[in-house]
Design a protein around this ligand. Structure first.
Ligand SMILES: NC(=O)c1ccc[n+]([C@@H]2O[C@H](COP(=O)([O-])OP(=O)(O)OC[C@H]3O[C@@H](n4cnc5c(N)ncnc54)[C@H](OP(=O)(O)O)[C@@H]3O)[C@@H](O)[C@H]2O)c1
Length: 350
């Protein structure tokens, strides 16, 4: 089978196409024929050495997310899973095997049934973005910890960067859960994408009256902020956060040191909550996987330009170009077509 691998950290030129023997699933594992591999910023950051330069002796296959079809199961896994379409999460986290290869063996729980109407494109877009968004939307001290219709009714959620992959998932999940959804963007094109994803109100965060515009849509303030750029947005967040509100910070886009006005936050009893998908509590991860699957089944999570998440595709042999596209700030989702045979041909994006 074909695999993309890197044996040292560095630029995308470290990625090589190799032939490998197809792996057999061990106890508790499934083997998935990968149809589509999803690329996230974490994939190029780790490849560049964000987690250090030591790599598995066999090299590292990149990419955490993907979708495909189970074609073999190990001992202890229900054989009825063979033939099941699945989405994959955290394939390469503390493992040598990511989804940039034709077949992958991984623990059965990391291959989640994909509802029949959902495309492999959507399946490969879920893992990192949707699980992160779910976590950010469920860390408010007054709940909910479970998302579903009406779970966020009466709440206002501010999604920073609604045209981003995580922002897109946050808008869709918050909207599905019944929240009033405000999103910030930097351009008319991104405003159109955030609206297509379902944001009720879209505000350009680069305009001087952004706080006022957000306050207009939420006079009592926003209950939750799903934050991609805490440094740049610190002042804006302080101006719009509701008493007891939460700013859920999942990225360090403009720097790794944050200065916040302590008294203002203290008086409002706000909470700054940090979010990292890999290390979030296991119970929260399990809940997120279940809720994300339910949202997919309900048609609430979608991919494609019409849904506000344009897709850019690359063949497996051009994985380096796919990584470069994400590193260069591609708008929407970057996907890699791994294998398109009779079984894995994706239906139209949803
Ligand atoms: N902690 C975690 O578990 C976790 C999980 C997933 C991703 N991440 C990290 O989160 C970041 C985003 O990931 P992604 O996949 O969503 O990337 P993405 O698709 O590139 O989206 C990032 C979005 O943020 C917007 N943005 C940048 N500065 C902004 C600001 N000041 N206010 C509002 N929006 C702003 C960008 O648009 P404009 O620049 O045009 O505004 C872009 O639309 C990456 O750094 C990634 O590594 C962390």
């Amino acid at each position: 089978m074909k695999s993309i691998v890197y044996e040292r950290v560095g630029g995308s030129d470290v990625l090589r196409l190799v032939e490998r023997v197809e792996p057999e699933p061990g106890p508790g594992q499934v083997r998935v024929r990968v149809a589509v591999s999803g690329v996230n910023p974490t994939d190029w950051k780790v490849r560049r050495g964000a987690l250090g330069s030591s790599l598995p002796p066999t090299g590292q296959v990149p990419n955490q997310d993907g979708a495909g079809t189970v074609d073999a199961v190990g001992e202890g896994v229900d054989p009825a899973r063979v033939g099941q379409r699945v989405w994959i999460w955290e394939a390469a986290w503390q493992r040598a095997d990511g989804t940039a290869q034709e077949a992958i063996v991984l623990p059965a729980r990391q291959a989640v049934p994909l509802p029949p109407a959902a495309s492999f494109d959507l399946g490969a877009s879920l893992g990192i973005p949707a699980l992160t968004a779910h976590r950010a939307l469920t860390v408010h001290p007054d709940g909910p910890s479970v998302l579903g219709p009406s779970a966020l009714a009466g709440r206002t959620v501010l999604v920073a960067g609604g045209a981003g992959a995580v922002g897109h998932a946050a808008i869709e999940l918050a909207r599905w859960a019944g929240a009033n959804v405000v999103s910030t963007v930097s351009s008319p094109r991104k405003a159109a994408l955030a609206s297509a994803a379902g944001a009720h109100h879209v505000v350009n965060y680069r305009t001087p009256d952004a706080a006022e515009a957000i306050r207009k849509t939420a006079p009592d303030g926003v209950d939750m902020v799903v934050e991609v750029d805490p440094v740049v947005n610190a002042e804006l967040n302080q101006q719009v956060i509701a008493p007891n509100g939460v700013v859920a910070i999942y990225a360090d886009t403009s720097g790794s040191q944050l200065t916040v006005p302590l008294r203002a936050h203290m008086f409002a009893n706000t909470r700054l909550q940090f979010v990292l998908v890999y290390t979030m509590p296991d119970a929260a991860k399990r809940q997120a996987i279940g809720d994300v699957s339910a949202a997919v089944a309900a048609g609430a999570l979608r991919a494609g330009e019409d849904a506000g998440l344009p897709v850019q595709r690359f063949p497996l042999t051009e994985t380096a170009a796919a990584h470069d596209a994400v590193e260069g700030g591609a708008v929407g989702k970057v996907l890699i077509d791994v294998r398109h045979d009779g079984r894995s041909k994706p239906p139209a994006s949803r």
